[in-house]
Design a protein around this ligand. Structure first.
Ligand SMILES: C[S@@+](CC[C@H](N)C(=O)[O-])C[C@H]1O[C@@H](n2cnc3c(N)ncnc32)[C@H](O)[C@@H]1O
Length: 241
């Protein structure tokens, strides 16, 4: 039997969020490393590994066979959730895609609202788009983790549709645009907050120095200042313990 591979840090964080004995659907599985790892570690014995493209599906099938997991992992060609809902997944993983694609996939059906599966989401870009979608569509954001790997910060989110929307972070005194941008990311992730602050500062200075006026320039500058101030507040909370 082949020795089991080591997962990347990003995939490890995702794997640790999967609920034991859940029916897992890994949308956009590519190589199917995550499904194989979940089965081999005994987290679950029912995984749907799906992808929209034939090449990744062939890779997935090859790997699943090599690790003798054919009886526990079903490979399905599917655009997002289209062909996988009949398996009634209780955990849905959508990782390694842009936030817009994740939102499109989630908006395909009411399954996530009706059956309340745990959603484990890892957008590669524009996390604010995903937070906005989740918050505006009644999903509760249950957790967020930030990890740093190979020069990139990654945010891994869990969400679920609950009867009453409640996020793991306090929303009372925070404007919605700030919530979309920063979610509940706190002092624990100082490096990430500083990285975001630098990006906002850079954009702010670029826009400020640009002599051209454009529609919404003042609003954009004000928003960036709000994000920067919010980060300073969160960083200060850290210093004060
Ligand atoms: C960068 S890979 C990520 C693989 C793996 N999920 C990970 O996080 O390492 C993105 C995969 O998503 C697939 N994909 C993109 N859009 C999709 C969609 N709408 N439905 C299913 N799979 C999709 C691509 O074919 C590709 O295999």
């Amino acid at each position: 039997m082949r020795p089991l591979f080591t997962l990347t840090k990003r995939l490890s964080v995702i794997a640790e969020l999967v609920e034991k004995n859940s029916v897992v659907c890994d949308i956009g599985t590519d190589h199917a490393l995550l499904p194989i790892w979940l089965v081999k570690k005994g987290i679950t014995d029912k995984v749907i590994a799906s992808d929209i493209i034939d090449g990744p599906l062939l890779n997935a099938e090859k790997n699943i066979k090599a690790y003798c997991c054919e009886d526990k992992i079903t490979v399905v060609k599917s655009d997002g959730l289209k062909n996988v809902l009949k398996y009634e997944p209780t955990n849905i993983i959508i990782a390694g895609m842009g936030a817009e694609t994740i939102c499109e996939i989630l908006s395909f059906s009411d399954y996530a609202k009706e059956k309340s599966p745990l959603l484990i989401l890892q957008p590669m870009t524009r996390c604010e788009v995903l937070r906005k979608y989740l918050i505006q569509n009644g999903f509760s954001i249950l957790s967020e983790q930030v990890l740093f790997e190979q020069g990139h910060h990654y945010v891994v989110l869990t969400a679920r549709y609950l009867q009453e929307q409640r996020h793991y972070f306090d929303t009372a005194n925070t404007k919605s645009e700030v919530l979309y941008e920063l979610g509940g990311i706190t002092n624990t992730y100082n490096d990430f907050l500083n990285y975001k602050k630098e990006k906002y500062l850079y954009s702010y200075n670029q826009i400020k120095q640009n002599s051209m006026d454009f529609d919404g320039k003042e609003n954009k500058l004000n928003s960036l200042l709000e994000f920067i101030n919010e980060i300073d507040k969160r960083l200060l909370e850290d210093k004060n313990g």
